[in-house]
Structure formats: C-alpha cells, structure tokens
Design a protein around this ligand. Structure first.
Ligand SMILES: [Mn+2]
Length: 406
C-alpha cells in the first residue's frame, strides 16, 4: 500500500469528519446500501457518530432511485452521509441538496466524472486506491471513524466483514486498506484464524464464532431478503451487538422464503418453458417474489442458468415488479419493473470472442429507449429499471440489437 496515497486519503477523511463536527447541527442521516458491505459501513458510521455525540438515523436502501431523493433531502435533514452508494448519482443528488445542509458521499464504486462542489466526496478511487480490491465501503467508513476518534479501532472487524461481502478477501488475505483493518482486528482478537482453508478462514466472536462467509450470508438473509420487512434494522443491530435468538430465527426464515420462491418459480419454468425471442430468453416473476428484495431477480437468473434451464447462447433476462412502498421512505407513484440480465456460458464465450455485444453495450441504451434507466452494468451482469408496461418493448429492442453480430 502506497504510504502517500494512504496519507492523502486519510487527510480527506479528517477534513470530512471535521466538516461534520464543525456543523451547528447534531442530527445526522446515514443513507447506505443494504448489502453486507453497506450494512457494515452503516453500522461503523452509526457507532462512531453516536460516540461523538450525534443522534443518528440509518436509512438502508437498495439503490439510489431518483424518486427517493426528494424524500431523503427534506428540510429537517441538515447532515446527510451516503455510504457504499451515491458516487455514481452525485449529479442527481446535487439537484436535491437544500441550502444550509451538508452532504458527504463515502463510496468506493468508480465515481461519476465531473466536479460536484455542492457536496463532499471521499472515494479511494480519487487517491489511486482501488475500490474493487483494496478498499470496501466498510473500510472507507472505518477510516472515517478513526478520523473522528482513534478509539474507534474496535470497528475494524466490521470493516473486514464488509470486504468479505464485496469479495475482497482471497485465501484469508486482503489488500490495501482492507488488509490494514484485518491486521487490526486480528491483533485485537476481534477476528480469530479458523485454521481451515477456503477464502475466509476467520471466525467472528461477536457472531458466536461463525466464519466470515457465514456471517455475510446471515447479514444478506436479514437485510437483502428481509429488506421489505425491515430486516436491515436487525442486520445493523447484529453488527453492533451480535445477533440474538430472534435475529437468527428471522435470518433462517428469510433464507427459507428465498428457497421457496425460487423453487416455485423454477417449477413453473419447467412446466411452461421460458419465452424466447431470438437470443433473448426471459422470465417475468411479477410480484411473486414478495417480500424478497430487488436483488432476488438477478440471483434467480443465475439459478436458471445453473439449473440448465437455458442451454445455448442466450441473454437471460428477468423481470420483477416491485412495491411502490419503501419501508423507510414511504410510497412512490408509478409502476416500475426491475430488470436483471445474465448470460449463459455459451454466450459468454461468444462475447469474449467479440461475436456478440456484451451487456455494457446492450443494456444502457435499450433501457433508455424503453423509458427507463440502467443501474449496475458490467459485461456479463447488468440491471435496469423500466416502466412496467414496457417489458415487451425492452425484449424487442434487445432481440433486435443482440441479433447484430458484433
Ligand atoms: Mn460495497
């Protein structure tokens, strides 16, 4: 880890921490992602800000939806801190910042290009530190906590858990800032080597000596599967104080709900088959995945491929309608459908040979033409949101574009 880069990143964290402690207001709102990295980041920030005398409101979200922004940036909220998301939506966020309020984004995803003077961003990518491999959002949050007070190094184990959630630990080791916190947590005895093999051979005493991957699964079951039943609150509580019986039982229940929804839907696909248009195979689960969160449809597309329901060269597309009601932010108008995209192994090879367009080339434009917007887009996995009446249009657009040999 380059010492100068680290020191510059630390300095930016100190300036951000100072911009909060200098503020006249002591009420702070944390907007953070609901996956394991986002939840651990939210727990670290919550704990450290409570210790510094703030009153803290956590609002876990699945993504920054433009419709959420007016509900987040109300006149009563003067200090707003985004964690593990926000960097790619800085432009939209800026349009909702009210006079006299301060907004900080602590994110590790590649930030949007441009200057956003209305807010403050602290992102490892701005300092030559990789947000993909060297610094999870939880590690960035822990650096912020240490800038508030050196006594916050007891949060290091949660920073490592965040890195594990984002697949930034391999064979028990981390890189960069993640590695600094792994050293801290191990030295303090907050994480213990399990002596086993695999990628995450560390036990977390706060979670009754579960292995870090098991803890990651528990947090996902609570906060991702259980999002629409406010399971993210239980996940935050478990990160700060360890899980009690009630939390563990809810985790087991939500994992079972996912298995149940997925197996019913797979049965339906075996009975009815998957609709196909050229190189597009799709499935529309409607609202049948309720109360699972929006991540479910992407995982289900992977399940379709794993179970061999889509043999050949196909883009696999899944539609999941979602409730207009967010458990933390209230109701929103307009019916929308979340869309997830994966590719079969055969198609992946064609894309790698340059014979078919990858999802980064396919999805953002098609989503926009169907009246929606792209979310996370990678080459072989992507997501977008469109109006619910446009699903047929999106399939036609995709089929049309995908049929053109790259
Ligand atoms: Mn993350």
């Amino acid at each position: 880890m380059d010492a100068i880069r680290l020191e510059n990143f630390r300095e930016a964290m100190r300036a951000s921490a100072a911009s909060l402690t200098d503020a006249p207001c002591r009420d702070i709102t944390l907007i953070h992602h609901n996956d394991t990295d986002g939840i651990t980041a939210g727990a670290i920030l919550r704990k450290s800000l409570l210790r510094s005398g703030f009153s803290v409101e956590n609002i876990p979200v699945e993504r920054v939806h433009p419709a959420f922004l007016p509900a987040i940036h109300t006149p009563a909220r003067r200090l707003i801190l985004y964690a593990d998301l926000g960097g790619q939506s800085a432009d939209a966020i800026c349009r909702h910042i009210r006079e006299g309020s301060r907004v900080i984004i602590i994110d590790h995803h590649l930030p949007a290009a441009g200057e956003f003077p209305a807010l403050r961003q602290v992102n490892p990518e701005h300092f030559g530190i990789s947000g993909d491999s060297q610094c999870a959002a939880a590690a960035a949050a822990c650096l912020f906590a240490l800038a508030l007070d050196g006594g916050n190094e007891d949060q290091a184990a949660l920073a490592v858990l965040g890195a594990v959630g984002d697949r930034q630990m391999t064979e028990g080791r981390c890189e960069g800032i993640n590695a600094l916190f792994l050293d801290t947590a191990a030295r303090r005895g907050d994480l213990l080597p399990s002596g086993a093999g695999g990628d995450t051979p560390w036990l977390f005493p706060r979670f009754q000596d579960r292995d870090l991957r098991e803890v990651d699964r528990l947090i996902s079951a609570l906060a991702v599967n259980g999002y629409y039943r406010r399971g993210a609150d239980l996940a935050l509580e478990a990160c700060m104080n360890g899980p009690d019986e009630k939390v563990l039982a809810f985790g087991v229940e939500m994992a079972a709900v996912q298995r149940d929804r997925f197996s019913r839907e797979m049965d339906r696909i075996r009975r009815e088959g998957l609709p196909r248009e050229d190189h597009i195979l799709w499935t529309d689960v409607g609202e049948r995945f309720h109360p699972l969160g929006l991540k479910a449809i992407g995982l289900f597309c992977e399940e379709i491929i794993r179970q061999g329901a889509a043999e050949g060269e196909y883009y696999v597309v899944g539609f999941q309608r979602f409730s207009g009601e967010n458990p933390y932010l209230g109701g929103f108008a307009g019916g929308e459908t979340k869309v997830s995209f994966r590719v079969t192994p055969g198609l992946r090879r064609s894309i790698e040979r340059g014979e078919r367009p990858d999802l980064m080339r396919l999805v953002p434009e098609a989503a926009q033409q169907a009246g929606g917007f792209a979310e996370a887009c990678h080459r072989f996995a992507a997501a977008c949101t469109i109006p619910e009446e446009r699903t047929g249009d999106l399939v036609a657009l995709l089929a049309n574009r995908a049929s053109v040999r790259a």
